[in-house]
Design a protein around this ligand. Sequence first.
Ligand code: C5J
Length: 220
Amino acid sequence: MRLIDAQPRPFALDLAHAALLVIDMQRDFVEPGGFGESLGNDVSPLQAIVPTLAEVLQAWRAAGAWVVHTRESHLPDLSDCPPAKRARGAPKVRIGDPGPMGRLLVRGEPGNAIIAPLAPQPGEAEIDKPGKGAFYATDLQAQLAARGITQLVITGVTTEVCVQSTMREANDRGYECLLLSDATASYFPAFKQATLDMVIAQGGIVGWVAGSQALMKGLA
Ligand code: C5J
């Protein structure tokens, strides 16, 4: 066990039964011209966490532990995209429409790829998910169970949407979740902060929060 300095109390990391979950660090959310920007968002807060997340990934891999990457994406025929999701809001372009990096949020398109500095390595899991939560309509739980994973260190974007949904889904399934505060980001800094606050409120009702330096100290 490695004790990680975290809130609301130290997190006892059991590396043999822990996975690093990197949520949706794909071009569609992080780069200009993608789905995120099409919704009117400034992508710079998401780009700002890339160096930190790359450092965490490197330390995690060096410690010999497993990594799971997710991508929010839909089948090319959009049969897994509920019409209510596609119709939401009033963007200029919608899921499945062509954009500068191919069809928005469609599996296999250039914009759907995980950004190069965080590219998955052989042996790491890649989960394509049609929803916000990474457990919905995926085999994530089966993959975690097959490896005996009981703890998730959670990173990625966006904090209050796919990260928080996944963390809550994981919490309900009995996983111990540690969210890395400087390796997650939102287009809305206030929503990010609110999510961090919610996770650790009431004695850690959804889990733990730590900075990446605290995790890396524990990994060293
Ligand atoms: C959103 C995500 N924000 N990955 N997706 O639509 O958080």
